[in-house]
Design a protein around this ligand. Structure first.
Ligand code: ADP
Length: 492
């Protein structure tokens, strides 16, 4: 029989991608197209929702053309997407009533401020902090902004979706109006204890329930992408970070991954009971492949690989991001220099919006090599701060850290991460872990993969890093980093 493939649509903030996987989790082909962002005002980030859909159509068609395949060669589709981004459209025409408001956008900050009194209630029910990132205040913003928005919503004339819902709605010619648990858990009105929309929160936010899509498991038969082909089945949906956790084979309690992109996204599978963080982490729903539901703790660091871009573009110390590795390796350590890249404040576990970056420990002997070394170290040290809180709150030691994202190309950084955590760091063969997660979820639903054991068998690693640092040195670094963070936060 002819080999079939799983087609993954990975709709990210900067681009849409279609990725074709075979049975050995190998990428057969990848097509990519950028998606524009608009910045109508300071701190606002919007996209054209139709552009998002058209870019997805483009990459799917491009992939089929380039590989000379047809939809008959596709077993099923899995969708993974940028989370929280909010789209509202007219039920009759399918036309968006406002631009997509992107997760990063701060335009609904004042709405969040007016909700601050619900902080504890929101945290207890949704696992989130009140923040414009999440969809609730973006929905409120749109309904208040467009003419008769609230009235139209209440009459059932409008539909809300995150990007997964929007894409499925369009791909199914309006037949599918669904989302999955992982995406729903980022709306700020989804109760993660009961796995249902929370009536009390919806009432407080004045968001009518008829606006909302049905919530389903991540690995699930959602319906057919009939706009493309009658028999093309959508069998998985998951938010990007949760999909990456699944793609990294973090199926069990305690399994953790960190993505080193522009920022860092750290997620830990915490099993079947949610843990509500008291130290700035978020609790979210993880992807499940069976009837059980797993939860994850999540912490994000704002500036990860971005500080390497800063070394390149602002400091002009390196020409390419990759060069940072060579410089860092030319010295035995940072010679007591610490860089705290709090360029936009600090994310988890500090959530300090107001502090700004700082550098400590400079001497006459400090060189460019030390400076670059210290900047790379800061990515690993910020990650460690998040991990320490996760370990403390989950009462589990992270034995292995699975890693992905652009900055994992840096061998120095990965070794240093292992050293300061005193933990094994594992880099998978397939770095497209987000898409791979959606591939697994779709394939498990269709029977393309027999079970989770088969996935564990085919999953391969490219490299392992083992800790190689004296305990005393690690302790000294921990102490200095802590005081660097304290001093950074004092300078306001
Ligand atoms: P995103 O998905 O956030 O766009 P990517 O996963 O594509 O991010 O990773 C891009 C980031 O990785 C950039 O911030 C870049 O500076 C960093 N990066 C890429 N290569 C290296 C490298 N060899 N060493 C350190 N950082 C790197």
């Amino acid at each position: 029989m002819k080999e079939k493939y799983i087609l993954v649509v990975d709709q990210g903030t900067t681009s849409s991608r279609a990725i074709l996987f075979n049975h050995n989790e190998e990428i057969v082909y990848k097509s990519q197209q950028e998606v524009n962002c608009f910045f109508p005002h300071d701190g606002w980030v919007e996209q054209n929702a139709l552009d998002i859909y058209l870019s997805v159509l483009f990459v799917i068609n491009d992939l089929l053309l380039k590989t000379n395949l047809t939809f008959d060669d596709i077993d099923s589709i899995g969708i993974t997407n940028q989370r929280e981004t909010t789209i509202i459209w007219d039920k009759k025409t399918g036309v968006p009533v406002y631009n997509a408001i992107v997760w990063q956008s701060r335009q609904s900050a004042s709405i969040c401020e007016s909700w601050s009194k619900y902080k504890d209630l929101v945290h207890k029910k949704t696992g989130l902090i009140i923040n414009p990132y999440f969809s609730a205040s973006k929905i409120r913003f749109i309904l208040d902004k467009i003419e008769n928005g609230q009235e139209r919503a209440e009459k059932g004339e409008l539909m809300f979706g995150t990007v997964d819902t929007w894409l499925m709605y369009k791909l199914s010619q309006g037949n599918i109006f669904k989302t999955d648990y992982t995406n729903a858990s980022r709306t700020m009105f989804f109760n993660i204890n009961t796995l249902t929309y929370d009536d009390e929160l919806l009432k407080l936010f004045n968001i009518p329930k008829c606006l909302l899509p049905e919530v389903c498991p991540s690995s699930y038969f959602y319906g057919n992408a009939s706009a493309l082909n009658e028999n093309l089945r959508i069998r998985a949906v998951a938010g990007d970070q949760q999909a990456a956790l699944f793609g990294q084979n973090c199926f069990n309690e305690g399994d953790s991954k960190n993505t080193y992109g522009t920022g860092c996204f750290m997620l830990m599978n915490i099993g079947e009971k949610p843990i509500f963080s008291e130290n700035g982490l978020i609790t979210t729903v993880a992807c499940s492949y069976d009837d059980k539901c797993n939860y994850a703790l999540e912490g994000s660091v704002f500036i990860g690989g971005a500080c390497v871009q800063w070394l390149r573009d602002q400091m002009r110390m390196i020409k390419t991001a990759a060069e940072s590795e060579n410089y860092a390796k030319r010295v035995p350590n940072s010679d007591g220099v610490y860089v705290v890249p709090a360029f936009v404040g600090l994310g988890a576990p500090y959530w300090d919006d107001d502090c700004r970056g700082a550098i400590f420990g400079l001497t006459r002997g400090t060189t460019k090599e030390h400076f670059i070394n210290a900047t790379l170290n800061s990515i690993a040290l910020q990650t460690k701060d998040v991990i320490k809180v996760m370990e403390q709150e989950s009462h589990r030691k992270i034995e292995v850290l699975k890693v992905d994202g652009g900055a994992t190309a840096n061998d120095y950084l990965m070794q240093y991460q292992s050293n300061i955590l005193d933990t094994k760091v594992m880099l998978p063969n397939c770095l497209e872990t987000t898409a791979l997660g959606a591939c697994y979820l779709a394939g498990l639903n269709s029977g393309y993969f027999a079970d989770i054991e088969e996935i564990k068998r085919i999953h391969k690693y490219k490299k392992e890093y083992l800790p190689d640092m004296k305990k005393s040195e690690r302790q000294e670094i921990d102490k200095k980093w802590k005081s660097a963070i304290q001093a950074t936060r004092m300078f306001k």
